[in-house]
Design a protein around this ligand. Structure first.
Ligand code: PEP
Length: 252
């Protein structure tokens, strides 16, 4: 089996003032010492990106954002450009999070512009996809994942796929305390990898990192990460607790 370097990413969502962010970043760094074989990434709000990057310099922990525009500058009120992200120390962007899709009505087409734009400026792009509870119950999970994956990656060339990470996040498991079972998660991840092999090629699919997200906690991380197609986690709530996040990063 192809070895993929695991990635544990923390999505801080709309939490932390500057003081809180510095405190949390330093505590996370303290709890992640000695886990050099995995990548760790924190995605704080834009306003504290620079502070968090500064606190984490020399720790090896990566910093990213929770969304990004496709343009470098201009009349895009409310948006942040890839160049701004990089200047503040960011190397990655999460896009297509279900909260962006559901609350802010972001479409696959818009998310795709973010993906393609972010890649063109050299950011690692973490594309989130996932089905709602109603979609799972009506048996259309794989159709939804396929639509979001094909839509989100439209126009992305094979040579850029090394900078893509997919996060499978069943919407019904985000912030709800419900987690997909290890079998449900593995089944979805294997589907995603097969589809990427079909869209690109098998070797590329074998190298792609696919993260699971949805109420990942210290108590469920070990069994999820033991699945052959799960290469890390995107963590929301537990990422705001330095001790819990440290335990997740150090999964067995
Ligand atoms: C997320 O926000 O991406 C997420 C998975 O949140 P939580 O871990 O709180 O379910």
């Amino acid at each position: 089996m192809m070895m993929r370097r695991s990635l544990i990413a923390g999505n801080w969502k709309m939490h932390t003032t500057d003081t809180e962010a510095r405190e949390l970043a330093l505590a996370v760094a303290g709890n992640c010492l000695g886990v050099a074989e995995r990548d760790v990434l924190l995605a704080p709000p834009f306003t504290v990106l620079g502070s968090v990057s500064e606190c984490l310099k020399d720790t090896g922990i990566l910093v990213g954002v929770q969304n990004v525009c496709w343009q470098e500058k201009g009349a895009f009120t409310g948006e942040i450009s890839p160049t701004m992200v990089k200047a503040a120390g960011g190397v990655a962007a999460i896009v297509g999070h279900s909260e962006r899709r559901q609350i802010f009505l972001e479409t696959d087409e818009l998310i795709n512009r973010r993906v393609v734009g972010g890649l063109s400026f050299g950011l690692m792009m973490i594309l989130c996809i996932g089905e709602t509870r109603e979609q799972r119950e009506s048996g259309v999970t794989f159709a939804v994942l396929e639509k979001q994956l094909r839509g989100g990656l439209a126009g992305v060339q094979a040579k850029d796929m090394a900078s893509i990470v997919i996060a499978y996040e069943p919407v019904w498991a985000i912030g709800t305390g419900l987690t997909a079972s290890k079998e449900q998660a593995q089944e979805a991840h294997a589907f995603i990898r097969r589809l990427i092999a079909e869209m690109y090629e098998k070797d590329l699919a074998g190298q792609l990192r696919i993260l699971y997200g949805g109420s990942v906690k210290p108590t469920n991380v070990d069994e999820l990460m033991a699945q052959p197609d799960i290469d890390g986690a995107l963590v929301g709530g537990a990422a705001l607790d330095a001790e819990a996040f440290g335990r997740i990063v150090a999964y067995k």
